[in-house]
Design a protein around this ligand. Sequence first.
Ligand SMILES: *[C@@H]1O[C@H](CO)[C@@H](O)[C@H](O)[C@H]1NC(C)=O
Ligand SMILES: *[C@@H]1O[C@H](CO)[C@@H](O)[C@H](O)[C@H]1NC(C)=O
Ligand SMILES: *[C@@H]1O[C@H](CO)[C@@H](O)[C@H](O)[C@H]1NC(C)=O
Length: 508
Amino acid sequence: MKKGNSTGYVAQLILVTTLLQACCATAFFVDAAPQPFVSPGYGLPGFNSMRHRSILRDEVAARLKELGNVSDSRHVLERTFLSPAALAAGRLLASWMRDAGLRTWEDELGNVHGRSDGANATAPALLLGSHLDTVIDAGKYDGALGIVTAIAAVKVLKIEGKLQQFPRPIEIIAFSDEEGIRFQTTFLGSSAIAGTFQPKHLKNVDARGISIGAALRAASHLGTLESLSTMKYEPTSVWGYVELHIEQGPVLEAHGLPLGVVEAIAGQTRLAVRVEGSQGHAGTVPMSMRKDPMIAAAQSIVAIENICTHPEKGVGGSRGATAMSTAVNHAGAIVCTVGEIHSWPGASNVIPGEVMFTIDVRSKDDSNRETNVVRIESEIRKICRKRGVGCVIERKHEANAIGCAPGLSDRLNAAAFTAMRELPPFRNNFTALEDGGFTAPTLVSGAGHDAMAMASLTQVGMLFLRCTGGVSHSPAEHVQDDDIWAGSLALLRFMEGVLGDLSQNQSA
Ligand SMILES: *[C@@H]1O[C@H](CO)[C@@H](O)[C@H](O)[C@H]1NC(C)=O
Ligand SMILES: *[C@@H]1O[C@H](CO)[C@@H](O)[C@H](O)[C@H]1NC(C)=O
Ligand SMILES: *[C@@H]1O[C@H](CO)[C@@H](O)[C@H](O)[C@H]1NC(C)=O
């Protein structure tokens, strides 16, 4: 918030107070809850934001509920890539985008776009968005929240006459596939726009044997490699990508604040381990004569926990300390999970012949991740050697961490901080921050997001919004209405900041 504004606020305050006393119902205060908005420590916050409460808070909450009803299943929320419900959700989102003053279209991969040219149609565009697909038995905020809040913020810009003045095009994108449920591959929508769509994926088939190409053709798209390659955005045509997403973790809730700024998206390694021993009768083989792969796997899993609880630093080191502690936030922090385990033949009276398990390792620091993955591999081999069983370790998947752009993160931090300070419910909770400084909490995302794919096209920035209990990928997923309000207000304040670039004649 600019310092010079306070006289403006006072004038507005007096005007509004006068109007209130005169009992005139105007657009200024029909939205406003009766709030004591004079708070000397924070200037005169609140009134400007109260003004659009019905759009930024109530309409977004209602739309998220409506969208949460658009499902392929009668009993649970389920919208997978190009399913009838996903297409219906796209049409609904497009109608809301048009209501916000955007022109809309669906691209060759089913992504739904809404764009305003602003004051300069050829300037690099600000992209905002998230995904419209869901997991099976999903919550209604994962993905949808980022799209619907962005639409609300743009709608306010339109109402205030600022959309046409915006120094660059604004484009909201509802990505068609992030979760990767239908074709077992994530970020289809955003990777096509970023130009990293892998041609081999066109042949992927779903559970019913339908390929991505065929699914696209069924939805009236061409479904060819050529048609998808035309979707790639030129890096010079884009200024940056910003995404608001639910945190899907418990950290913001623990700190009593709705918004945090994402510093990085963690990199990931997935390993598959096969331990081979000698299969035998549970009653007849003496303990001393067994080569039991299950025990070797169990010992390995405990060793993995040890390594990741006390990780070794890689040569690259960390990008610096962050304001908060999260699972993967601390310098060198790493999270490791064994989530899948099978044994063969899997009977209670048989010493298994073979045990297979997976390891998922994540960190914001790629060199720390590599260092500790190597430690894990060598520890497992050591355990297998000692126990006389065979071990095959395969690296199934590897993705490097993505750093959010410091410039965008600074703007998002200022916007998030302003939004939280302006809104009565959160104003007093800044003491919750350890340093009490002018910063929103900083987090590292342990989950992947469309921003990860978009990072190969342009600079990216992300905001996280608190969700109750950190619960996600579940119908119990919940975001408070006031938190929704903080989220869409933060996006609005962020865009107003970009708008301010023009008047201050700054090049971003
Ligand atoms: C969602 O669907 C239920 C059941 O059909 C209906 O009662 C409810 O009004 C719908 N909610 C919205 C917001 O559309
Ligand atoms: C519009 O943006 C383009 C690309 O950045 C720039 O070359 C041009 O000068 C801008 N036009 C105006 C009128 O600012
Ligand atoms: C303020 O912080 C406290 C303590 O963390 C938390 O219980 C409360 O819910 C927070 N209030 C809001 C409005 O977020």
